[in-house]
Design a protein around this ligand. Structure first.
Ligand SMILES: C[S@@+](CC[C@H](N)C(=O)[O-])C[C@H]1O[C@@H](n2cnc3c(N)ncnc32)[C@H](O)[C@@H]1O
Length: 467
């Protein structure tokens, strides 16, 4: 393959974009470069409308933005996990706000007047040491090694052989990089990673296939009722750019362990609610920001315009509910709560979590496609009902949107880890709701949450009201 080496001037962040003007305008995407920088890059793949390049050297850094002295990870720049460690945390939050602005500008197809000013991004209380789940992986041993093993003349490695990399993907490739520690993961996951790696190295002869490991941070024991009231997390947040301090736990209920079995049970506290879920199933990966996130959604629901003559909402529908994070965190403020989720296992956990938190009498959880929820909540009073949507990255679908519009509840809160599909869906909801000529949905507020510090990802919360 022939590689093209280029000097590029960067125009945007995330995976940075540059435009080569000659012989004809052409977009090149390079990782980790910042606007205003000049970089040397090597093109390694051409798509129909653009090319991908490796960053070889930052020829002219952007001194206002780039500060390599604050990078905390020795793998930064090679590992695909983080993109923003060279930026101050304030700058990261500002860039994430811009991602929300641009997503609604380019993907919602809404007129500017329908999109409210995007509010500042809510920071994560922990900016390092926050990730409660990591999934390092390794490839199958090479055939040559497997043959030697079969011939029983294998030398069992005591140190890691050169071909064995246990870690995460290298930027822009499917090659695994060897990773011994991950500063964005919680302390207990980093403590567990070393012994886990040693065990794999010692037993590598027994592996015939590549493996994806799972490490999840869990509380050791369910806290007792008195612990639940005394360990309520503060919703306050700090921007200090510092690593997570691992405070010494004062009771068993504050001790953490690493769960590696996909079927094992993981326990987490979010404020005064205890959640248990199966390690292999979905749960948000940054516990430190979950109280600010769920409190924000609760406050946004209740802060209706003073002109509204409606009484407070009494019914909550949580579509794509997982093991009940939003449904159960918000349940105390509602008379009835209904959740739906595709995964049977998550629904089993949501039902159990309702019991654990004494909320069974008002909560029901159903396994199935999200759009099926509407048939089961026809008796909910629409003017007092709130719908929360938190779909996977691909967003929701037409069937769900059709039924949402027919259901026509007063408030919809759309939470998303992919603001681009959220913008597309919100645009569709607003446009279609106008078609009826009666009441229509408006986008009341929009703001990013930083669930993933040091990366380019942002969680977005959109609040829609029927007017
Ligand atoms: C981003 S997660 C949100 C889960 C939950 N709200 C939380 O914060 O923990 C999306 C969830 O949607 C579920 N899901 C995916 N497709 C679905 C569908 N068509 N209908 C219902 N749930 C679905 C996934 O299993 C996953 O648990």
């Amino acid at each position: 393959m022939i590689h093209f080496y280029l000097t590029l001037t960067i125009k945007s962040t995330g995976d940075a974009l540059a435009v080569v003007e000659s012989p004809k305008p052409w977009v090149v995407i390079a990782p980790l470069a910042l606007p205003g920088e000049t970089i040397r890059a090597r093109v390694y793949r051409n798509a129909r409308l653009y090319s991908y390049a490796d960053l070889l050297e930052v020829v002219q850094p952007n001194p206002d933005w780039r500060d390599m002295s604050i990078v905390k990870c020795k793998y930064f720049g090679k590992c695909a996990g983080c993109q923003y460690q060279m930026l101050t945390y304030e700058k990261q939050l500002e860039l994430k706000r811009n991602v929300v602005v641009q997503a609604y500008q380019y993907f919602s197809e809404l007129p500017e007047t329908s999109v409210p000013p995007i509010l500042s991004t809510i920071p994560s209380p922990l900016q390092y040491g926050y990730r409660t789940k990591i999934t390092p992986h390794f490839e199958a041993p090479p055939k040559k090694f497997q043959k030697v093993v079969q011939a029983e003349s294998a030398e069992i490695p005591t140190t890691r052989p050169d071909w064995l990399n246990i870690g995460f993907n290298q930027i822009g490739t499917r090659n695994v990089m060897d990773i011994e520690e991950c500063p964005i993961a919680t302390p207990v996951l980093n403590e567990a990673l070393g012994p886990l790696r040693e065990n794999i190295i010692k037993n590598i002869a027994t592996y015939k296939k590549g493996v994806s490991l799972l490490l999840r941070d869990s509380l050791v024991v369910p806290p007792s009722e008195s612990d639940l009231t005394s360990t309520q997390a503060s919703p306050e947040v700090a921007i200090n750019g510092g690593a997570a301090e691992s405070s010494s736990p004062s009771s068993d209920s504050e001790k953490h362990i690493c769960v590696t079995d996909h079927k094992g049970t993981v326990r987490e506290l979010v404020g005064d609610k205890l959640f248990e879920y199966t390690a292999g199933s979905f749960f948000q990966n940054n516990n430190s920001v979950l109280v600010p996130l769920t409190s924000y959604v609760r406050d946004a629901i209740s802060s209706r315009p003073s002109s509204s003559s409606l009484s407070a909402p009494t019914h909550l529908v949580d579509a794509y509910c997982g093991s009940g994070l939003f449904a159960l965190s918000l349940a105390p403020a509602f008379e009835r709560v209904a959740g739906i989720e595709l995964s049977n296992e998550s629904i089993r956990c949501a039902t159990r979590n309702a019991e654990l938190n004494g909320l069974s009498s008002k909560c029901t959880f159903l396994a199935g496609d999200a759009a099926n929820i509407f048939a089961t909540v026809q008796d909910f009073p629409r003017e007092q009902t709130v719908l929360i949507i938190d779909p996977p990255r691909k967003g929701t679908d037409e069937r769900f949107i059709e039924q949402l519009l027919e259901f026509a509840c007063e408030t919809v809160v759309y939470v998303s880890c992919n603001v681009h599909t959220q913008a597309r869906d919100v645009g569709q909801i607003l446009r279609k709701s106008e078609e009826g000529g009666g009441r229509k949905y408006v986008l009341e507020s929009l703001r990013g949450f930083d669930l993933f510090p040091q990366t380019a990802h942002v969680e977005s919360v959109a609040v829609l009201r029927l007017v």
